[in-house]
Design a protein. Structure first.
Length: 191
């Protein structure tokens, strides 16, 4: 009987340890599987080109996810695959020539990191050559409005990622836009 109690306790400890170890290796809804899939490559390419001659003056971009820009900024609309899903979306672009940043804004359906679909608004910002902050050209961030539960995000939130010049995410999570510094602040990092 002592033998069963001794080995039973050991077995219980092993089972609990194994279960905890397994749970820690699974992606959580708020982990790296949260948020939309975004590939900023097309916006990065646009950041190397001048605005079209049909561009008009604008001082902001976006509706739920907004960025402000100097009065000399130029805005235009075009079909562009801003999220890298292979489908072009109607996008509004804004070139901030003073700070040398290209913004793109679109609304619609997107593919989530977890394979589901979600809808919302997406703002992508790409630093141009010689930008005010000395950031690498082609680097930037994206920020999406997310409803609770969409794409595994646990709260109504803005979800975003910073990316490097190759378009690879460097940090992601619940985020806000720092208008004064033209940058993303990750409030709850996930990646």
């Amino acid at each position: 009987m002592k033998c069963i109690a001794k080995y039973g306790s050991l077995l219980l400890v092993l089972l609990v340890t194994t279960a905890l170890g397994y749970a820690q290796t699974q992606p959580s809804a708020s982990g790296s599987n949260a948020g939309p899939q975004v590939n900023p490559q097309k916006v990065q390419q646009k950041a190397t080109m001048p605005p079209p001659s049909t561009a008009t003056k604008a001082t902001s971009i976006g509706q739920k996810v907004t960025a402000s820009a100097p009065a000399s900024s130029q805005s235009w609309a075009e079909q562009l695959d801003v999220d890298g899903n292979g489908r072009a979306e109607q996008s509004t672009l804004l070139w901030d020539g003073q700070d040398k940043v290209l913004y793109s804004n679109s609304s619609g359906t997107f593919t989530c990191q977890n394979g589901a679909t979600g809808s919302g608004e997406l703002l992508v910002a790409v630093n141009g050559q010689g930008n005010k902050w000395g950031r690498p050209a082609g680097s930037g961030f994206w920020l999406a409005s997310m409803d609770k539960g969409a794409c595994g995000v646990q709260t109504d939130a803005l979800w975003g990622c910073k990316f490097d010049p190759s378009g690879s995410a460097t940090a992601c999570g619940v985020a806000t836009l720092d208008q004064a510094n033209g940058d993303l602040i990750i409030a709850t990092a996930q990646k």
